[in-house]
Design a protein around this ligand. Structure first.
Ligand SMILES: [Zn+2]
Length: 383
């Protein structure tokens, strides 16, 4: 094998070869002069073939892979072609972008270095401008992102997070199985949440088996609309949050309406109501008993909250459903505004239980499927 064709094989760019005697070592690394193997060009505008060159551009240096530890530059003179359709313009080649300073494969190499090292280190290592490295990294990240086929999400989590101070919220979407964030919208309104599902696509929405989320009706409505087949699961953590809020609402109201002396007692008891009864010290239990003896609404509220524990002891859906219906009835009859509200909220989530269960059966999804979700988030109640 001649030295020339050996170099051409090493170069590995289809349709191009290393010029005779075209390899030299300079201070900056190896410089390789290359030329097309045969005549014939392609118009960069429309892609049609043109046999002859119109003229040639000045010599350009294009950075390529390192050669045996040295930096490597390709020297090339691109042709301009006179395309019958587009006029005079530069020829097209597939291994470097028009007017690009790096070969595509070198960019990919730099981008993969960026996976391992900070951009500044890559820039120093390769003797490149920091901004250029940053640009390359961004470009290839985007390209890889576009090419990646998203795996189907079976268990979707939806959560709200507060952004900035005040009442600004964002909605985060999680893949609960892979424990990754798959999306974020800067609002918790139904339109924005629905927008995520639309962008996500029908195919993805269809693959969702269960959604775990907060008792927030815009979430629920969006999920019902876009992931019709999915089982909705409410997060235990959120449910307790609502219970705590309800009892705190009752406590604050009672503190304001009762006599000064009782008010003082109630005021100091704020945190005791929120704690599980089994975690209270004897003295604290005594304080609660004392207050409940003189304040009926708080006693009622506390009972409602404590009794809700039993929900998580329910075995099977039917039992859970029965319990919930009764518990909500008690809320409505309690005449405690915060609990009536909570019951309404839970009721919003109740319709179509039976339809959903039937659908689940049709799809052949077993309790085990949903069971695996229990492990991820201490399963609250499913519909
Ligand atoms: Zn053309």
């Amino acid at each position: 094998m001649s030295r020339k064709s050996l170099f051409t094989d090493l170069l590995g760019i289809q349709g191009w070869r290393v010029k005779a005697g075209g390899v030299r070592i300079e201070e900056d690394g190896v410089v390789v002069e290359i030329e097309p193997k045969r005549p014939g060009f392609r118009c960069a505008c429309c892609g049609q073939g043109v046999l002859f060159a119109y003229d040639h551009q000045p010599v350009r240096r294009i950075r390529d892979f390192p050669v045996w530890g040295r930096r490597c530059h390709l020297e090339v003179q691109f042709a301009r072609v006179d395309c019958p359709d587009c006029g005079v313009g530069i020829e097209e080649v597939d291994w470097v972008k028009r007017y690009g300073r790096y070969t595509q494969r070198y960019e990919l190499y730099v981008a993969s270095l960026c996976d391992l090292l900070p951009v500044t280190d890559v820039a120093e290592l390769e003797g490149l401008n920091k901004n250029a490295v940053y640009k390359i990294d961004k470009k290839w990240l985007k390209r890889r992102e576009e090419q990646r086929e998203e795996p189907p999400v079976r268990y979707l989590g939806i959560d709200e997070i507060a952004i900035k101070r005040g009442h600004r919220y964002a909605t985060v979407f999680y893949d609960l199985e892979r424990r990754t964030v798959i999306g974020l919208v800067k609002s918790r309104r139904e339109r924005a949440v629905g927008g995520f599902f639309r962008r996500w696509g029908k195919k993805q929405c269809k693959s969702v088996v269960a959604v775990c989320m907060d008792l927030w009706s815009p979430f629920l409505n969006s999920v019902r609309r876009h992931c019709k087949e999915a089982v909705v699961v409410f997060d235990k953590f959120h449910v307790y949050g609502y219970l705590s809020k309800a009892i705190e609402g009752v406590r604050r109201h009672q503190q304001n309406v009762c006599s000064d002396e009782d008010g003082k007692l109630i005021k100091g008891s704020r945190w005791l109501w929120l704690r599980a009864s089994k975690n209270l010290k004897r003295k604290q239990t005594h304080t609660l008993d004392q207050i409940m003896a003189i304040n009926k609404p708080l006693a009622k509220a506390y009972l409602l909250k404590e009794d809700f524990e039993a929900f998580y002891e329910c075995e099977g859906r039917e039992e859970a459903k029965k319990f919930l219906t009764q518990w909500m009835k008690r809320c409505r009859e309690s005449r405690l505004e915060p609990f009536i509200k909570l019951a309404k909220r839970l009721k919003l989530s109740q319709p179509s239980i039976n339809v959903r269960l039937r659908k689940l059966k049709d799809k052949g999804i077993t309790a085990d499927d949903i069971g695996s979700m229990d492990d991820l988030r201490h399963l609250p109640f499913t519909f």
